[in-house]
Design a protein around this ligand. Structure first.
Ligand SMILES: Cc1cc2nc3c(=O)[nH]c(=O)nc-3n(C[C@H](O)[C@H](O)[C@H](O)COP(=O)(O)OP(=O)(O)OC[C@H]3O[C@@H](n4cnc5c(N)ncnc54)[C@H](O)[C@@H]3O)c2cc1C
Length: 448
């Protein structure tokens, strides 16, 4: 197997690794991490959220023989099970629009091949004020040219189409007709069942503690955790898994895990909360809504409820204190529901007479430029990451898994998403960025 990097070529014969200067060999190399050029036999994925599961699915479809996912907790129990599940392709840059368009294709496909899962393509309405609508004219042209199907609705037109939304003449709506939502508690088990059916090994309660390396090449992982399927009291076990490629999909935990290979991302985490009402007698008539006027979002659920979410009440960054941290350590913030009631009761009058049922709190993770970080890690062989999906990782997960599988198996992607590559922060002083306490509004705002 040959792997090439910025300045060196690495030849692997079994366990033996040879390094040569790329310059000496006269080979032009990518300045973007080390690229594998033969299909790997074993791939380990660290992190069993929706991005890790999606990567496993696509690798299995590409015929990778052995795929092992490890997670320090239960499948989906990071941000994934807490997500609102809203998806739109109306993003603010070309890479993101292209990527989301592919995600929508895959959601449509998953809806027919994953038993128990449905993609609710009810549309995603992006609400804004007139000035923002005018400012985004060129962006809408780009979105349309890249395959978006949109309908523009103003003031009362919105209410006529969706009677359970209240709008004024100041509201402008851009409806993404391909958008909609998924129920995470149906999607995750359905995707998990599918990857298991495809032969993927899923090891829960096994935390990555170390990467194994041969020079600049990642050769596997060491995990520690409880023996699978045994009670919590059972003895801890340490396991080494050798791999031809390792993919890291640990989202908010990225820097804790990546510090093990000396790579860090300029990134910030923020608390995000979402609430679900009790059932209404009939299905509320509204699409999924990204409400930029009210600073939150609302959507129907598949069992006649409303789901609402926001980060607006708590702008402070959240620093993950240690690698073993779990989201069950996060406490609900009383200000979040107050914010949603104040802002959304007028928007969705049904909320005046509702009771609230349950609540989820998690983290959303932003790279410095608010774009996801997907691709090979610069300077390291056989090592890939897919992290920092802001509040849009549900929308990204199908394509993120596809892209990761393409990097690993083909060395290149079928969607042009170069602006997501991890090497884009090469000139950033990451340590200074990490030590700077930032507020949510200091970072480029992105909703789903
Ligand atoms: C309340 C809320 C609402 C949201 N709503 C939406 C929405 O409507 N639409 C949308 O598109 N996105 C939404 N998001 C964002 C979305 O949920 C995330 O971007 C997405 O789930 C990220 O998936 P992931 O697989 O990358 O990360 P995660 O699901 O967080 O998975 C990471 C996994 O890594 C594991 N891990 C960490 N460290 C280790 C280790 N050392 N060893 C092994 N495993 C490890 C964790 O246990 C975890 O399971 C929302 C997020 C929140 C919190």
């Amino acid at each position: 197997m040959a792997i090439y990097g910025k300045e060196s070529i690495c030849l692997l014969f079994g366990d033996i690794v040879f390094y040569c200067s790329a310059h000496m060999l006269g080979i032009e190399t990518a300045n973007r991490g080390l690229i594998m050029i033969t299909k790997p036999k074993t791939v380990v994925i660290v992190g069993a959220g929706i991005v890790g599961l999606s990567a496993a699915f696509h690798l299995a479809e590409k015929g990778v023989e052995r795929i092992v996912i490890v997670d320090k907790g239960k499948v989906g129990d990071g941000s994934s099970i807490r997500a609102g599940g809203i998806v739109t392709m109306l993003q603010d840059n070309e890479s993101a629009i292209r990527a989301r368009s592919r995600s929508l294709d895959i959601f449509e496909r998953f809806s027919s091949i994953l038993p128990g899962y449905t993609f609710h393509q009810v549309g995603c309405l992006n609400l804004m004020r007139e000035q923002d609508f005018v400012n985004s004219t060129t962006l809408r042209e780009i979105q349309t040219s890249l395959g978006a199907r949109i309908e523009v609705l103003r003031g009362s037109e919105i209410q006529q189409k969706f009677p359970d939304i209240h709008t004024t003449d100041e509201d402008f709506g851009v409806l993404d007709l391909r958008g909609g939502y998924s129920e995470p508690h149906r999607y995750i088990p359905a995707l998990l069942a599918k990857v298991r059916e495809l032969g993927v090994e899923v090891r829960e309660n096994q935390a990555l503690v170390e990467f194994t390396m041969a020079g600049e090449v990642v050769t596997g992982v060491i995990t520690r955790g409880r023996r699978s399927n045994e009670p919590e009291t059972s003895t801890d076990v340490t396991k080494t898994i050798k791999a031809d490629a390792v993919i890291c999909t640990v989202n908010s935990w990225a820097n804790h895990v990546l510090s093990g290979v000396g790579f860090n991302i300029p990134m910030k985490n923020f608390i995000h909360e979402r609430f679900v009402t009790k059932r209404f007698p009939t299905q509320p008539i509204l699409p999924a809504i990204n409400d930029n006027v009210k600073d939150g979002y609302v959507r129907p659920t598949d069992d006649n409820r409303l789901l609402l979410g926001t980060s607006a009440h708590n702008p402070d960054e959240f620093v993950i204190p240690h690698p073993d941290f779990t989201f069950s350590d996060l406490q609900p913030d009383p200000r979040s529901l107050t914010h949603l009631k104040e802002h959304f009761t007028n928007r969705v009058p049904l909320l005046q007479r509702t009771e609230w049922d349950y609540h989820r709190v998690g983290l959303i993770s932003f790279a410095m430029d608010s774009n996801p970080v997907i691709g090979p890690v610069p300077g390291l062989g056989n090592f890939y990451i897919g992290v920092n999906f802001h509040s849009g990782g549900f929308g990204y997960n199908p394509v993120a898994g596809l892209l990761l599988s393409e990097y690993v198996v083909n060395g290149k992607t079928s969607v042009d998403v170069d602006s997501f590559l991890p090497d884009r922060f090469a000139c950033v002083d990451t340590e200074s960025y990490q030590s700077m306490p930032l507020k949510h509004h200091d970072i480029l705002q992105k909703r789903h």
